[in-house]
Design a protein around this ligand. Structure first.
Ligand code: GAR
Length: 191
């Protein structure tokens, strides 16, 4: 199985969907570790309960982005992952970090990239009058949210949508999309 290290900052529902897919034998992978940059991330409790190695590396304890990223690389590399999976990891990563994990650093972003890079994607999609919105799983490159897309999922934007209702509709799709995208990657690499 492919070895994954999953990075989170909060709720961790995408991380849970990946763990669930593995447990249901729908993804030939193992989660070597879940790492959070926030000690209070709710996802850490789920990971611990699932018996997954969980670590916290608090970015507030570091003087610079580069120092944090170097320590994070050292921590990740101990697990020798095939893929580093960003799942609601809300930190911009330095060029050195991105280069170190070239072709094995994956992210999920809540928009139909290249539309709506960055934050507040659901609000911006509504304000732009989009009829469709969704999520993208993509390779991470140095330019924010601009790396090659692996797979996308679409949802309709409804007249009555608020940021919250649209986010919830997208999230349901994210939870299928991330395991599907990882399966594609992993199966390609095995054949
Ligand atoms: C997800 O919607 C994910 O797409 C988004 O944060 C949420 C995390 O939820 N990621 C980004 O906005 C990345 N810039 P989760 O912690 O429950 O997986």
């Amino acid at each position: 199985p492919a070895k994954l290290v999953i990075l989170i900052s909060g709720r961790g529902s995408n991380m849970q969907s990946i763990v669930n897919a593995i447990q249901a034998d729908k993804l030939n992978a193992e989660v070597a570790a879940v790492i959070s940059n926030r000690p209070d991330a709710a996802g850490l409790d789920f990971a611990r309960d699932a018996g997954i190695t969980s670590e916290t590396l608090d970015h507030k304890n570091f003087a610079s982005r580069e120092a944090f990223d170097q320590q994070l690389m050292d921590l990740i590399d101990k697990f020798e992952p095939n893929y580093v999976v960003l799942a609601g990891f809300m930190r911009i990563l330095s060029a050195a970090f991105v280069q170190h994990y070239a072709n094995r650093l994956i992210n999920i972003h809540p928009s139909l990239l290249p539309k709506f890079k960055g934050m507040h994607t659901h609000k911006r999609a509504i304000e732009a009058g989009e009829s469709e919105h969704g999520a993208s799983v993509h390779f991470v490159t140095e330019e924010l949210d601009a790396g090659p897309v692996i797979l996308q999922a679409k949802v309709p934007v409804l007249e009555a949508d608020t940021e919250e209702t649209l986010a919830a509709r997208v999230l349901v799709e994210e939870h299928k999309l991330y395991p599907d995208a990882l399966r594609l990657l992993i199966e390609q690499h095995q054949s």
